[in-house]
Write a protein that binds this ligand. Sequence first.
Ligand code: NDP
Ligand code: OXD
Length: 319
Amino acid sequence: MNARTLLLDMKEDDLRCEDAFHSALPGAQLINWDNPDNRNADLSAVNYAVVWGPEPGLLAQCPELKVIFSVGAGVDHIMRDASVPDLPIVRFVDAKLTGPMVEWVTMQVLMHLRQQRHYDAVQSAREWRELPQPPATDFRVGIMGFGELGQACAKVLQALGFQLNGWSQSPKSVEGVQSYNGKAELDAFLQSTDILICLLPFTPDTAGILNNDLIAELSKDGPFGAPILINAGRGRCQVETDILQALNDGGLKGASLDVFETEPLPASSPLWHQDNLFITPHAAAVSDMAALANHVAGQIERFEAGKDLQFLVDRQRGY
Ligand code: NDP
Ligand code: OXD
């Protein structure tokens, strides 16, 4: 077995993430960059790095580095460092990440469908006040970013009876889902969407895509007469001032946001006060350390056996 030295830079407060890597890769040497005591460590032997948002220039200081692993499904936090060496970057794709995202998305869709904010309010006021309830089958859900996570969410929402549309770069063939792709089909996709779910990566093409113009294209013919926006992709895909305005002027009936332009969302943000908005703190699908360590170990074994790595990032596309 080759000597393995892993650099971990996961922005984890809990330094016990090392335990997960020791179990998955017994004998590997770990340099945990989140531990300030390691900041002068010798990086010359590092051959694998597992990183969230590495400090600019850190990976370029590892001359023996062979593969970069993202702690998450997204890689924008790695790509923002222009000095990242031109090496394979592997995303985190795992049932333990997909499952929680499906739960979060389904929960948000159902909270809007079943008008939960109304029932919270009437419960607080001790009022017995029922609303007319349209069925799931009357709603068209559009998933922007129809990849690993988007397609998994579609399966569950379809089983609940929603009509499904997916938007991606390349066409997809998923039973029962209307596929739209590329900029040319974006308007048609939006015009056929009552509940929009964004699971897009952040790239130069998706920056600020959830803005006034996009919201104005969404269908207003759905049962609620105004669309709903749900974003768990990346905060920098959204223009928060536009979303706030739409939540107030009826351009949107409601929204759910797990990700924000600035994280943590500043206490001064007016979004906190918005009744028709559900906020969660980038917690839709958090990487499970044991699952991540097993995924990294599995990919290292493939790599060292001369097999192709899986879940590779395309640097040109940026995701
Ligand atoms: P994938 O790479 O599997 O899917 C991304 C999808 O977005 C693909 O369908 C891709 O199209 C599409 N896409 C990308 N750019 C464009 C574009 N310019 N126009 C149209 N479609 C585009 O990623 P995952 O599903 O695994 O993850 C998606 C994102 O979810 C991550 O990048 C991350 O930002 C976010 N995330 C958030 C979490 C949270 O807790 N909030 C947790 C995990 C992930 P195509 O299929 O044609 O390539
Ligand atoms: C991810 C995330 O990209 O947690 O996995 O945001």
